[in-house]
Design a protein around this ligand. Structure first.
Ligand code: COA
Ligand code: AMP
Length: 635
């Protein structure tokens, strides 16, 4: 079955047959007999009675097949001047031994382990070791502040936390251990132990009894084998931003995840065992989970673990160097990374020094690929540039140009066609499918294919409320867009209060909760406004309480510091504007979508429910004074 249409149609007409055939590529301990079933909540679940272990698929299986000497990880760290190649054999040894450490600390199948780690090999080892035990990991992005970590620790309730003494950001060392200690002071849940990788750049103080030195512990540990789990047992929880301050714990199954990623590696990315894949992301995000760690390793590829940035480590040619040095076949990064490179090296002169002959494709995702960046990247690299769309919840691409199946002509602004398994539908407000070319909410018809979330950790009700209830029979993606007459999908952006800053998904709702807690603030809205480099950046609009005469500058400084303290530097919240009033409906709801459109320079309509249209003129004026060019309403 070679063509896209053949595979897509089969995936829609006979999903069980289609996915059963994909599952047959994996080394199950017990082959699933029942491909698609309903769980006790009536949710579709894949491969429930199959038995497997994801770490086994990623490591033991390849070593068992005689590929132990193949490189599993190329670790490249310009920030520490370190590089090494780790073979599958070595990675298996390290992982089995670290699983022994965790096991000695009481971690068993079904337990949770939180990881708060920089981009070092031990982070990958820890993820795989947790999976090896049938336990559940939850990786927290290292750029998040203690409060965010504490919230996740309280939700995931880990038996053990694994961390490192520090992370390294371009030219500064960020001691992680004090951040972890602060998080543990804030959290109600108390893990039994913390295992800490001591890095030479900054030693951490370990708390006797509770904290354990990684390297000392592994010396004494015995390797342990893989624990069999069911296809529907959870492999990991990954928290992602929703519309409130409470992040959503996306829960991913072992079975469907392995099947989907193995399929994606071949069909979407055209990867074969032994080839080199580089997702220039972070293990704290879904891209890191799926395509730094699990996808490439399950597929028997080599993955690049890069501890650096696209620029400043040391310059804008870093990506090209890494691609050349490891003969990377697929480079996958967020558009913001290429905007950063383009800004520093517009003519891509740095590329000329490197042999990019092994590089077959450049994939981008994580945020909208703007046409200027697309054209620049295509012209400079002379490689196919593939925009593909997906999200933490789906875990793997929803729309793509499937390079391993059948390359279709690209259309700038489109992430091409739905990947087999996904039924992408554009719905109007009443939940009715719209005509081609018409914009609406992007929904995915149920059942979702393997690999997508089946619930939210310990909060099934929120899963159903947030994703399934709006349009019965569909999963709501939170993105808006349209499908053209050729079936190409165009993503136009979020229709909720989630924003995307430098490829990092953040909740404006969460920022609003922090701004609103400032004693001088009567009410506020935080919106995402366009940013040339980062795609979007947050802007706070603040109404002061009566009688408060704080200056805008001092108030902004307070809010900026608070958001940095509570969420982290990664929020990139640098600006707040004091306004007289915020536009609201007559029932008192702030018209955030209108504010967003106005600040983004998009055409907007004044809703008939607006309470006081006059306040829009004031806002326009205030935005103009800030250098933001707002739009006027369209008639
Ligand atoms: N640990 C600690 N701090 C971190 C961090 C981490 N893992 N990641 C980012 N930060 C900090 C940065 O040091 C910076 O702090 P500062 O305000 O004190 O300077 C802040 O968070 C903002 O970081 P960032 O948004 O990354 O901005 P930048 O100016 O350092 O770099 C880019 C800009 C575009 C080069 C960078 O954002 C980038 O490479 N983005 C790609 C993101 C990506 O891969 N996303 C994954 C989705 S596919
Ligand atoms: P995350 O869950 O962090 O991966 O973020 C997912 C969100 O990023 C999606 O819901 C989209 O809003 C956005 N996104 C991801 N990929 C793309 C893309 N190719 N084009 C436009 N937006 C994207």
């Amino acid at each position: 079955m070679k063509t896209y249409t053949d595979q897509y149609d089969l995936s829609q007409q006979q999903p069980e047959l289609f996915w059963d055939a994909q599952a047959a590529h994996l080394a199950w301990f017990k082959t699933p007999q029942r491909v698609l079933t309903k769980d006790e909540h009536g949710i579709d679940r894949w491969f429930a009675d199959g038995e497997l272990n994801t770490c086994y698929l990623a490591l033991d299986h390849h070593v068992g097949q005689g590929h132990g000497d193949r490189v599993a990880i190329y670790y490249d760290s310009p920030v520490t001047q370190q590089k090494c190649a780790i073979t599958y054999h070595e990675l298996l040894d390290d992982t089995a031994r670290f699983a022994g450490v965790l096991s000695d600390l009481g971690v068993e199948k079904g337990d949770t382990v939180v990881l708060y780690m920089p981009m070092i090999p031990e982070a990958v080892v820890a993820m795989l070791a947790v999976a090896r035990l049938g336990a559940i990991h939850s990786v927290v992005f290292g750029g998040f502040a203690p409060h965010e970590l504490a919230v996740r620790i309280d939700d995931a309730k880990p038996k053990v936390v694994v961390s490192a003494s520090c992370g390294i950001e371009v030219d500064k060392i960020i001691p992680y251990k004090p951040l972890l200690d602060e998080a543990l002071e804030q959290s109600h849940h108390v893990p039994n132990h913390c295992v800490v990788v001591q890095r030479p750049q900054c030693a951490a103080t370990l708390q006797p009894q509770r904290d354990i030195d990684w390297h000392q512990a592994v010396k004494q540990a015995k390797p342990v084998p893989c624990t069999a789990v069911n296809g529907t047992d959870p492999l990991y929880i990954l928290y992602t931003s929703g519309t409130t301050g409470k992040p959503k714990g996306v829960q991913r199954d072992h079975g469907g995840h392995a099947v989907a990623l193995n399929y994606a590696m071949r069909a979407v990315y055209d990867m074969a065992p032994g080839e080199v894949f580089w997702a220039a992301s972070d293990i704290g995000w879904v891209v890191g989970h799926s395509f730094i760690v699990y996808g490439p390793l399950i597929a028997g590829c080599s993955t690049v673990l890069y501890e650096g940035k696209p620029i400043r480590t040391p310059d804008a040619s870093a990506f090209w160097r890494v691609c050349a040095e490891y003969r990377v076949k697929v480079l996958f990064a967020a558009p913001t990374a290429f905007r950063a490179i383009k800004k520093e090296d517009p003519h891509a002169t740095g590329m000329a020094h490197y042999d990019l002959s092994a590089l077959a494709y450049v994939f981008v995702a994580g945020e909208r690929l703007d046409p200027a960046t697309y054209e620049w990247l295509k012209d400079r690299t002379q490689k196919p540039v593939i925009d593909h769309w997906w999200q933490t919840e789906t875990g793997w691409p929803v729309c793509a140009n499937l390079m391993g199946l059948e390359a279709k002509p690209t259309k700038p602004g489109s992430s091409t066609l739905p990947v087999p398994g996904y039924a992408v539908t554009i719905l109007d407000e009443a939940g009715q499918p719209v005509a081609n070319g018409q914009q609406g909410a992007i929904a995915l018809k149920l059942p979702l294919p393997p690999g997508c979330l089946a619930t939210l950790w310990q909060d099934h009700e929120r899963f159903v409320r947030g994703y399934l209830n709006t349009y019965p029979g569909y999963y709501l993606t939170g993105d808006g867009g349209y499908v053209d007459n050729d079936g190409y999908v165009f993503i136009m952006g979020r229709i909720d209060d989630v924003i995307n800053v430098a490829g990092h998904r953040l909740s404006t709702g969460e920022m609003e909760e922090i701004v609103a807690a400032n004693p001088n603030v009567a009410e506020c809205a935080v919106i995402g406004i366009p940013d040339d480099l980062k795609g979007q950046k947050p802007l706070g609009l603040v109404v002061l309480k009566d009688g408060v005469d704080a200056s805008e500058a001092s108030l902004t400084a307070e809010i900026v510091a608070q958001i940095r303290h509570d969420i982290g530097a990664v929020a990139c919240f640098h600006d707040a504007m004091v306004v007289q009033r915020l536009p609201k409906t007559r029932s008192g709801k702030i018209l955030r979508a209108l504010l967003r459109q106005m600040a983004a320079g998009e055409a907007y309509k004044i809703p008939s429910t607006i309470d006081d249209p006059g306040c829009l003129n004031e806002l326009e004026q205030a935005m103009r004074e800030r250098g933001i060019t707002p739009t006027a309403p369209c008639s």
